[in-house]
Design a protein around this ligand. Structure first.
Ligand SMILES: [Zn+2]
Ligand SMILES: [Zn+2]
Length: 120
């Protein structure tokens, strides 16, 4: 993947964010950079395919956030979209599940949704 200036800007934005962002939000925040919405969508798709970002669905929209090097999961607040990092315990049982179902697991994704302490 070629890291163009536009792609770098979008990635930096996600890097600096503590909350997942939708394509529309990114588009808005980068207003004035002559970046159209379809470019933002395409870039996010590319990042997702390259494994740079993860995607979660909140209220029928897709929200994107950076996939960190260390593997872990997030709890996302449905109200304020705050992300709380949680350890992964799926890896522990993954090989067992794979054997049970003769499944060749490449990776997994999991997000827990709910309401944070402030929003309850
Ligand atoms: Zn909240
Ligand atoms: Zn995991």
């Amino acid at each position: 993947m070629r890291m163009t200036r536009q792609r770098r800007r979008i990635l930096n934005l996600l890097e600096a964010s503590e909350r997942p962002k939708s394509a529309e939000m990114i588009h808005q925040e980068l207003a004035g950079e002559s970046l159209d919405l379809s470019t933002v969508y395409r870039t996010l798709d590319t990042f997702f395919e390259e494994g740079l970002i993860s995607k979660s669905s909140l209220k029928n929209a897709s929200y994107y956030y950076l996939r960190r090097k260390e593997h872990h999961h997030y709890m996302i607040c449905l109200s304020c979209h705050k992300m709380i990092e949680i350890d992964c315990h799926i890896s522990d049982i993954e090989s067992e599940i794979a054997a049970d179902h003769h499944f060749d697991i490449s990776h997994h994704d999991m997000t827990i949704y709910g309401y944070c302490q402030d929003c309850q």
